[in-house]
Write a protein that binds this ligand. Structure first.
Ligand code: CA
Ligand code: CA
Ligand code: CA
Length: 494
């Protein structure tokens, strides 16, 4: 529903208004999209439905469905085109475009569309070779070797000064493009359906990962010897920590890939007894080319490719020459690595009383710990928090249920009261079928846009039959301050 138009990130900058077309035909948009290579990074916006206010304490069912719908865009971003063109009001969004150097210019192609449930989503594709001035740079940098890569959108964050800063926390390895599906195709559609909630203990699931070749001109040939390995690590969502070692659960050959092509690789995983009783979360790691059979632009990270941040020098320094003791003490990362990432799976033992859906009279709730974060010492606190401007804040969402099931629920988090113009900052699916006292949690990173006081509001979807309605929200106060300036006062000797 956006007028299709190729844009360039080049010497210019400024705001560009993107105007929705009225109910428009899809022909031109679809044909334009075929000119572009697979996108390098897809951003799907969170769309809070109008009913998601705290006053009514209800998110609509439509809002809950949006994430499922999003995940069903199976292989190609271009498929998103099929669900647009239903808006009739003429309105628009503003794209704030940072200036790029003309030497490194590239083309991008924003797409705004309306999903079948009515939510509006934004995405974009890029073509690094479409700019005459920038093409040489992208071939010099990414044209010498192929580069199988996972989509790891949180490897960097944008600092208030406009610089891209490497993420040190584990979110740098969180994947976009990881799917948990049934291992047998639906007889009706021929597709592997997604699990909408937890995996039932004992199911054989199909784990899918999208792999991109970021090389701009070099292909990955067939039978290159490169594999894709999958591992499972038990994970405690309440602390955001892995609680056991990674265990290999399968591997598959990396297929042939053209430059800038995306492929989907999959393994099957038998989850028998993986609930460890009633429910267990896992991080599923995907590792590209673990045996290094293929020379790539960005290899698996190692001590030789890692850096650490030296706060005193305010600079990133290489880890390769550190002693083993120093190496263990530093947080060494390779900010460019793209061969290792993870997604999440919850395995739960089905409750005998619950059928395919959760009983409508379940009480889904959120208490004072519905929103929590980490203080400076790394302790989980539920606010108020003093935070430093320019640093992402880890935010934990926790919900509770009085009924065991396999279900997930949508949680929306707002910066400011959503009834008074608060901005949606996250929409997360949280497992809603655990009756454990600690509930079920997920984490996300939030970058406060301004200094000063912020109040975050969270609301979890309650179904109409919820036996204790309106106990489904929490707030948390965060005060954001500028970082202290360093004073290098001369020492005075008497
Ligand atoms: Ca390699
Ligand atoms: Ca790579
Ligand atoms: Ca409730």
């Amino acid at each position: 529903m956006l007028e299709p138009r190729l844009q360039y990130c080049d010497g210019g900058s400024g705001d560009r208004s993107l105007t929705f077309t009225d109910v428009s035909g899809g022909g031109s948009e679809r044909s334009s999209s075929h000119k572009l290579a697979e996108n390098l990074s897809v951003t799907a916006s969170v769309s809070a439905s109008a009913e998601a206010g705290l006053e009514g304490n209800k998110t609509s069912l439509a809002a809950e469905m949006s994430v499922t719908a999003e995940l069903h865009n199976s292989n190609s971003w271009g498929r998103a085109d099929t669900s647009s063109y239903q808006t009739s009001a003429s309105t628009g969004i503003t794209l704030n475009r940072m200036g790029c150097s003309s030497d490194t210019a590239y083309a991008y192609y924003p797409v705004l569309y309306q999903a079948t449930d009515g939510t509006i989503k934004a995405t974009f594709a890029v073509d690094p070779l479409a700019s005459n001035t920038g093409k040489g740079f992208w071939i010099d940098e990414y044209g010498q070797l192929p580069d199988p890569a996972l989509n790891l959108p949180s490897r960097f964050y944008l600092s208030p000064s406009g610089d891209w800063v490497p993420t040190v926390r584990s979110t740098r390895q969180q994947m976009r493009g990881f799917f948990v599906k049934h291992s047998t195709a639906s007889p009706i559609t021929g597709l592997y359906d997604l699990y909408p909630g937890a995996v039932a203990d004992g199911d054989v699931v199909r784990l899918e990962a999208r792999v991109y070749n970021y090389g701009t001109t070099q292909a990955v040939r067939d039978q290159s010897g490169a594999r894709v390995a999958f591992y499972a690590a038990p994970y405690d969502a309440s602390t955001n920590r892995e609680t056991g070692p990674r265990v290999p659960i399968g591997a598959t050959d990396l297929p042939a890939m053209n430059p800038l092509q995306m492929v989907t690789v999959a393994i099957e995983w038998d989850t028998g007894d993986m609930s460890l009783g009633t429910k267990q979360d896992y991080r599923i790691y995907v590792v590209l080319d673990p045996d290094n059979a293929l020379a790539e632009k960005q290899e698996i990270e190692s001590k030789a490719t890692q850096f650490y941040y030296d706060a005193a020098k305010q600079d990133w320094l290489p880890c390769r020459d550190l002693s083993e003791t120093d190496y263990a003490a530093k947080q060494c990362i390779d900010p460019g690595q793209n061969n290792e990432g993870f997604g999440y799976v919850t395995v739960a033992r089905p409750a005998l009383s619950a059928g395919p859906g959760q009983p409508l009279d379940a009480d889904i709730s959120m208490d004072d710990w519905g929103l929590a974060t980490l203080d400076a010492s790394g302790t989980v606190v539920n606010g108020p928090l003093e935070a430093q401007y320019g640093q992402p804040i880890p935010v934990r969402i926790t919900i509770h249920s009085d009924t065991r099931s396999q279900e997930h629920r949508q949680v929306l988090v707002f910066d400011g009261d959503p009834a008074a113009g608060g901005v949606a900052i996250a929409g997360k699916m949280v497992f809603a079928g655990s009756t454990a006292p600690e509930g079920s949690s997920v984490w996300f990173d939030w970058m406060p846009p301004t200094v000063g006081p912020h109040i975050l509001y969270a609301v979890v979807t309650e179904m109409s039959g919820d036996v204790v309605p309106d106990n489904n929200t929490d707030t948390m106060e965060i005060t954001v301050r500028y970082p202290p300036t360093t004073n290098y006062l001369p020492s005075i000797s008497h």
